[in-house]
Ligand binder design. Structure first.
Ligand code: ADP
Ligand code: CIR
Length: 350
């Protein structure tokens, strides 16, 4: 039996698998798509490997490259609609709002609850595939293309690139512990080829104060990140938008009119924007309906060392859950309004 058929058989035989892949990849779709290839040479097997090998996946499918969103649309569109809770696959034109006149600034002016604020987006070069179809040479070439653009940034975006290759374990651990750097510990991403040729082509670019950072070749080709201590969402967001607009003039990013910016994981499509606070909410998080409260405000709660980690000391990473079907400024506003409600509730429970 071929590798592809074995993967599908494992998925089909899985009894308690709740992934969106399992739900949406029917026999009929599998037959329709199993021999198709993208422009970058990617296959259905490349897309579903992680979800078939990790039956506890929530999503279970990655796009092997930007073209997968067209070639494998019959299954990916269903997953996208399920994940983003939309009745069609559609996305508005980008709108970052007027960053010189934002109607929000510090979400915690007294500095009592919010430890830090971070906003990130993912961006993909339209001329390169995603991890399953990349060669070592592609990774090195892509790193070079990214760096040429990053090295032209000026002012508070000006920074230095630190490749992972040759970086000491101590520095890597310290940067990770301080929430600045990524690592290779996500088994879902690993199975999808996300760590192939590790650490070649990977690295982190950041300004002197580590308030603007770029992850190169982590899950996505680029993750643009703005972060700082405290709750000044306005400052953090404005800095990120400045970076996006500058880099867009220098690089060509993968985008589709109905999906927005394209990312490796379909969960990140659209704005690709995740705005989060690390916030101390011991009372609210102890409520039995904490998850329902987050869901009501379209928020997601994560542990403080990222997705799939636990909370430490009642501090949670609270962020917008929706990234698709709304504009960038709307995604940030959704997080802002939700976090304000959570703060109000925490204070009322003191
Ligand atoms: P993403 O999908 O946004 O890259 P992860 O959940 O994997 O997110 O988190 C990446 C890193 O960013 C982790 O180290 C996490 O602790 C850190 N992080 C996320 N939000 C914040 C925040 N508001 N303040 C400080 N660090 C943060
Ligand atoms: C899953 O399906 O659960 C994993 N592939 C993770 C999905 C969302 N997270 C991500 O893209 N980082």
């Amino acid at each position: 039996m071929s590798d592809r058929d074995k993967l599908y058989e494992t998925l089909k035989n899985a009894k308690d698998c709740k992934s969106l892949l399992k739900k949406n990849l029917t026999d009929e779709l599998f037959e329709q798509l199993k021999d198709k290839k993208t422009k970058f040479g990617g296959s259905l097997a490349d897309c579903i490997r992680s979800g078939c090998q990790n039956l506890d996946s929530g999503v279970g499918i990655y796009a092997c490259d930007p073209d997968a969103y067209t070639v494998f649309a019959p299954v990916l569109n269903k997953v996208i609609q399920d994940y983003h809770k939309t009745s069609s696959v559609s996305h508005p034109e980008p709108d970052f709002g007027d960053i010189d006149n934002l109607e929000f600034s510090d979400l915690d002016p007294e500095g009592k609850l919010i430890a830090s604020t971070r906003v990130r987006v993912g961006r993909s070069h339209d001329s390169f595939g995603f991890p399953p179809v990349l060669t070592k040479e592609d990774r090195v070439n892509m790193e070079k293309t990214s760096l040429e653009a990053l090295n032209t940034l000026e002012g508070d975006l000006k920074g230095t690139y630190f490749p992972l290759q040759g970086m000491s374990k101590e520095i890597q651990s310290k940067l990770t512990e301080d929430h600045f750097l990524f690592n290779d510990s996500d088994r879902f991403l690993k199975a999808a080829g996300g760590y192939d040729d590790w650490p070649i082509g990977r690295g982190i670019f950041h300004n002197k104060d580590k308030t603007f950072l770029v992850w190169v070749n982590e899950e996505d080709h680029l993750r643009l990140i703005s972060m700082q201590m405290g709750g000044d969402l306005g400052q953090v967001y404005a800095r990120l938008v400045k970076a996006i607009k500058t880099l867009e003039k220098k690089l060509s990013f993968a985008r589709l009119p109905n999906m927005g910016y394209l990312t490796f994981c379909p969960s990140n499509l659209g704005t690709t924007l995740r705005a989060s606070v690390h916030i101390r909410i011991p009372k609210v998080s102890a409520l039995p309906n904490f998850n329902d409260i987050c869901a009501k405000h379209n928020l997601q709660a994560r542990g403080i060392h990222g997705e799939h980690t636990q909370s430490v000391g009642g501090i949670y990473d609270i962020s917008n859950k929706r990234r698709m079907g709304l504009t960038e400024i709307e995604a940030v506003q959704e997080m802002r309004i939700g976090v304000e409600k959570i703060i109000e509730l925490e204070k009322s429970l003191q």
